[in-house]
Design a protein. Structure first.
Length: 222
């Protein structure tokens, strides 16, 4: 059923703290129809001018969710994280309303397990993920870091010195370092896909893929 959900389906966002407001705001900027709800009237008023639809409602009450039409949404984001009890109750309500795809924020692994067991399709750990990402970026050479579940990562970074001034075959990026250079950006130009003949310069930014450990070693090359 999840596979049949339209890519532009409206999204219900519950909770207008920093995470919820950022999620709703970005979805709105991407042109998605969003209904954001919170039981705090001050937050609802604060975000009413930036998010198309905002409503004050207590999502812990399934009747309140029914009144705003929550059961008609294909996708819902439970952005309430500070209260585990509220987060679990809201998620259970959405499951009871048969919302096909539920994304829920968790503040701990045990919280996440409970959310998964009651029916959340996707559990998000924003604080933990942000901390892990920052840990990779503080080295200085990496500019952005996305890690996937199987230890595979996609990284935007400055090129290490050993690969500069050579094409990617000569520098042996893949054979020596188990890294694939996916794209290259030269100053004033857009990103382009890399080929074996691409020459990386001192001024370029590159996008690479590989395991997290291999990329860490690659970024540390002097």
């Amino acid at each position: 059923m999840v596979d049949r959900i339209k890519h532009d389906a409206p999204v219900l966002v519950i909770g207008l703290g920093r995470f919820g407001a950022a999620t709703a705001g970005q979805l709105d900027r991407l042109g998605r129809e969003v209904l954001a709800i919170d039981d705090n009237d001050t937050l609802v008023q604060k975000w009413s001018e930036r998010i198309t639809h905002t409503v004050q409602a207590d999502a812990r009450n399934i009747d309140a969710l029914r009144q705003i039409g929550a059961g008609e949404f294909s996708i819902a984001v439970v952005a309430v994280g500070s209260s585990i009890e509220a987060s679990v109750l809201i998620t259970a309500n959405l499951v009871d309303l048969k919302v096909p795809q539920i994304w829920a924020k968790a503040i701990s692994k045990s919280h996440g397990k409970i959310l998964e067991r009651i029916g959340a399709n996707h559990v998000i750990y924003p604080e933990a993920e942000a901390g892990e990402r920052v840990a990779h970026l503080v080295s200085g050479r990496m500019l952005d870091f996305i890690e996937f579940d199987d230890d595979f990562a996609l990284v935007k970074m400055f090129p290490p010195k050993p690969i500069r001034g050579k094409n990617l075959t000569e520098s042996g990026v893949r054979s020596r370092h188990n890294i694939t250079v996916v794209g290259v950006k030269s100053p004033g130009k857009p990103f382009t896909y890399a080929t074996e003949k691409t020459v990386v310069t001192d001024h370029d930014i590159i996008i690479v893929s590989g395991t997290s450990s291999d990329i860490e070693k690659f970024s540390a090359l002097e």
